[in-house]
Structures are given as structure tokens and as C-alpha cells.
Design a protein around this ligand. Sequence first.
Ligand code: UGY
Ligand code: MN
Length: 299
Amino acid sequence: MPLSPLLSIILSSLLLKSVIAGDGFCSAPSVIAAGSNSRPLYSKVTDPTLSPSHLEDLPGFTRSVYARDHALITPESHVFSPLPDWINTLGAYLITPAMGSHFAMYLVKMQENSISGLPPHDVERFVFVVQGTVTFTNATGISGKLVVDSYAYLPPNSEHSFKCDASATLAIIERRYAYVGSHITEQIVGSTDKQPLLETPGEVFELRKLLPTSTPYDFNIHIMDFQPGEFLNVKEVHYNQHGLLLLEGQGIYRLGKNWYPVQAGDVIWMAPFVPQWYAALGKTRSRYLLYKDVNRNPL
Ligand code: UGY
Ligand code: MN
């Protein structure tokens, strides 16, 4: 039987009230508030939402996963401890060869009077500033400040230091350099926003590469941007390995047969040939930093 006009007005105003009050409906955390632009760049990495609000108090809950061919290491699982050879600095190794990778990826927290140590012999280093400012000094004694979104690449066996006099968070990637012929790499300092957008045939995401693509470099760092709703067209399966830090946004990462909700601050290890696919969701841009080994014959 049709509702009388008066009854339906009363019912819809009650319904509206309960939506505004948030009662009577499943309520999800507001993605709009979470994506507000008033926070500094990449602040979700250093100040993450540890888990969906209805799960954050659940004892033992984590989204982290460690599998044979991939791992998702989420912020509530990050364990920081003093870094060997560094002064006054804490680090969390999130990807290491113990997982099967040929590289290491770790987060570093520096504070007043923090000083970096050097990587082992023949190991190259890539440093990306996620938060704060560090002073970088190279082998010739030349110094400069590195701010958020800037980075440095250090060839193997090159003297250098990073110092901090307030607070900084760095994402670091290191691997044993794969020498080929007489090629050598050079020190590089740059910032993401100065790197040109590259062609991505068949794909919609925006791509920047932070290192030269020439033969001496045995890896590159990609910065990949997706607007909400955009996704990888290729359901990738390839010989290269990846280390990924989600700098902004949220979405779904497919790894093998698993589908993971992910958000800024999450780190992912992808072994060679693990099927991989990403779709950006939410209300804000997704941006990730991606290690990829290149330019070497896999045999
Ligand atoms: O270049 C890549 O392999 C990149 N598109 N992979 C990824 O985003 N998982
Ligand atoms: Mn890939």
C-alpha cells in the first residue's frame, strides 16, 4: 500500500537524521578527512592510520603477510632498533635477502645528532627523504640539504654521510652492485618533482624514474602516480624483483592469488614472477616508490 505523503516526509527526515548522526548504518571511517591536504607531503608514511578504526584496538591484529613470493609489511608491524654503524639512529629493515630478495629496503629515523654509517663493500645505496631534512656530504666534502621528496644515489664504495640536526625519516634501498664490463655509476642527487613524466604505453599511471636508464645502473626507482579508480592494465608477471613503499593514497594490491587492501606507509616485497596488479581507490592520489632491477642479463 503506498505511503501517505506526510508519512514519507517524516520517514525521510528521520532517515536523514540517523545518517548524519551515524547511527543505524554500518559506518566506515571518513576517507575524505583522511585525505585532507592540510598534512605535509608523505605524512601518512610517518604518521599512519595503523589499521581500519574498527580493528585498531583488536589485540594482535595486523595486515602484514609474509609469503614465499611476496610480503606486505604494514606500519603496526615495523620494528625499529639501533642501526649498526649509524650514530643515534633507529632503523627498521622491511625487506632483506632473508626473504629471498637481492636487495634490502629499510626505514630510518634520524633525530638531533644522528649520523649515517656506510654500506658494506661493493654495496650501492639509494636514499629518499620521506620526512624532515638531512645534510648530505659527499666524498669531496661538498654538502647540501636534502628535503622531503629529494634523494641521493651513492655508487658502491663511495664515502659520504647523512647528518640530521632535528628529525628526519629516510627510505633506503641497498644492493650489492652487479658489475658489468668497465661500467661504473655516478653519484646522483635529485628531487622527484624535477624528473620528467615518461611515456607509459598502454597504461594510464604517471611515471617518473629517479635514476638514469643507462647500462651502468643495475636498478631504477620508479615513482608511480594513480588517480582514484585508475589501475594497472597489464596483470604483470616478470623476472624483475620489486620493493614498494606506498607514499600516498590507498587501494588494492593483487599479489599472486591474494588481494590486499593497502594504504600509505605499507611496504611490499615482490619476488620475480609473482603476479602483480594495483588499483587505486579512495579519494586521493596513490603514489608509490618502486625498486626494480634492470639492465642485467638474468642468466
Ligand atoms: O615497472 C613495473 O614493473 C611496475 N609497473 N610494476 C608495478 O607497479 N607492480
Ligand atoms: Mn612490476
